[in-house]
Structures are given as structure tokens and as C-alpha cells.
Design a protein around this ligand. Structure first.
Ligand code: DC
Length: 247
């Protein structure tokens, strides 16, 4: 059983070598929750790169660049080139998590809305959007001491990351987790089969896009958490982290 009596970062954040931890994997497999928790435990910075793709999507929606007919790519690219989209994170002491800001305005709640979730995949497939965000993510990791989660962190953003984890779980189990999560939020009329279909569709889009598709890096460790508890998962992560910083 893992015990965490001392604040992990305080055990020698200054003397322990700092590394980059890249966590990639399918949607709804608990990546963000585990990455956030790991970062907090070891005193690292946590970056949710999905939030950055969501923020660009929200920008496009707010600025009339994502009408029914599809994305106005040229206009979006022009805004990106003109430096009109600035994404940042600020730690929220109340929630213990970083909030996402778009051009100085907190958009943490807005970017989690269904309207954004259903539009983010095509935005995340645009090469010029990926180029911008990849560059910003690489800057964030310059000093190391970072846990970053997404789809292409170990393959495109930090191919040299010291610890790469590829998280997976069966589509049925992920759909069941989503179902339970939505039910707990009070959503009525939930249809398990529709949720499962959505999970499978997102898997397909994430793994089949041309630029930086979701795939397991050759040197990534696979974490199939289909039948793992949160505590077992954490113990596994901490032991892999400890092995890396001591090697
Ligand atoms: O993890 P999430 O569901 O918040 O991610 C939102 C979308 O962004 C999802 O369609 C996958 C995409 N994404 C990506 O393409 N690359 C990343 N590094 C992170 C997310």
C-alpha cells in the first residue's frame, strides 16, 4: 500500500532530477484525473492539452469562424498568425486545479460544454492549430517538472520525454464510466448505446487524422486501467516515476 506522508515535491524537488511525464491515450479513460493527481503528488506542473484545443474551438465559435457550414480555416489561420489567440493556465487554489484562460478570460466551464466537445475534433485536426499548440506546449515543458496529458505528447510534443504512459481501457468500460459520470451530474434520458457509439467515433477520429494521430509511442508503457482501481493506478504511476528519477 502506498503511503504519502510527506509532500512529495518537498522530499527533494530541488535535488531530485526533474523529468517530463507524457500521458497519452483514448478519450474517457481517466487520463486527466490521473495526470492531475500525479502532478499534485509529486509537485509538478500539470498541463491539460485537450483544454488548449478546446479553447481554440471556443475562440472559433465565439468569433463566427465555426458556422454550420464548417470552419473558416483561412480566417482562423489569419487570427492565429496575428497572435490573436492566447491560451494560459492559472492555478485555482479552491479546486486545486489549473483553470484555462483565453485572452485573459477564464473559460474553464465554457470549454467543457457539449457544443465545444462536438466541434473540437475537426479543429484539432488542422495542422496550423497543432503547430501553434505544439510550440506552446514545448515552451511550457522547457524547465521539465511537468505532467502533460493529451494524444500526441509522447510522439510529437515531447518525443524525448523520460516517462511516457499510454492509457487505455475497453470502449465498453469507458462508455460505462461516461454514463455514470453524466448520470451523477443529473443528466436524464441517457442512452448507453449512443454513448458507446460516441466513444468509438472519437477513437476513430483521434487515431485516423493525418497530423499527429493518437498512437502509442514505441517506448511508452501501456496502462490498461479497465480493471484497476484509482489507488492501484496511482501506486503504479508513482513507482514508474520513482524508477525514472532514480535512474
Ligand atoms: O482530452 P479532451 O477530450 O479534452 O480533448 C479534446 C479534443 O482535443 C479531442 O478531440 C482530442 C484533441 N486533442 C488532440 O488532438 N491532441 C491533444 N494533445 C489533446 C487533445
Amino acid at each position: 500500500m502506498l503511503r504519502m506522508d510527506a509532500p512529495f515535491g518537498g522530499w527533494g524537488a530541488s535535488i531530485m532530477k526533474k523529468i517530463i511525464i507524457a500521458i497519452d491515450g483514448y478519450s474517457s479513460c481517466g487520463k486527466s484525473t490521473m495526470a492531475k493527481d500525479l502532478a499534485k503528488t509529486i509537485g509538478y506542473v500539470y498541463v491539460d492539452t485537450g483544454a488548449m484545443y478546446r479553447a481554440v474551438t471556443y475562440y472559433a465559435m465565439q468569433n463566427g469562424l465555426f458556422p454550420e457550414e464548417g470552419i473558416k480555416e483561412a480566417e482562423l489561420k489569419a487570427d492565429i498568425d496575428a497572435g490573436k489567440i492566447n491560451i494560459s493556465f492559472k492555478f485555482n487554489a479552491e479546486t486545486g486545479r489549473p483553470d484555462t484562460y483565453l485572452n485573459g478570460v477564464k473559460v474553464e466551464t465554457e470549454i467543457r460544454q457539449m457544443a465545444v466537445s462536438t466541434r473540437v475534433s475537426p479543429i484539432a485536426a488542422l495542422p496550423f492549430v497543432r503547430a501553434l499548440l505544439t510550440q506552446q506546449q514545448q515552451l511550457m515543458g522547457k524547465e521539465k517538472g511537468i505532467v502533460m496529458d493529451g494524444r500526441d505528447i509522447g510522439t510529437a510534443v515531447f518525443p524525448d520525454a523520460e516517462l511516457k504512459i499510454f492509457v487505455t481501457a475497453s470502449a465498453e468500460i469507458r462508455a460505462q464510466r461516461r454514463y455514470d459520470e453524466l448520470k451523477a451530474k443529473g443528466e436524464a434520458n441517457l442512452d448507453f448505446d449512443a454513448i458507446l457509439k460516441n466513444v468509438q467515433e472519437r477513437d476513430y477520429i483521434d487515431t485516423h487524422r493525418e497530423t499527429a494521430p493518437l498512437r502509442q509511442a514505441e517506448d511508452a508503457l501501456v496502462l490498461d486501467n479497465s480493471h484497476m482501481t484509482i489507488a492501484e493506478q496511482k501506486e503504479w504511476l508513482i513507482s514508474e516515476y520513482t524508477r525514472r528519477v532514480n535512474s
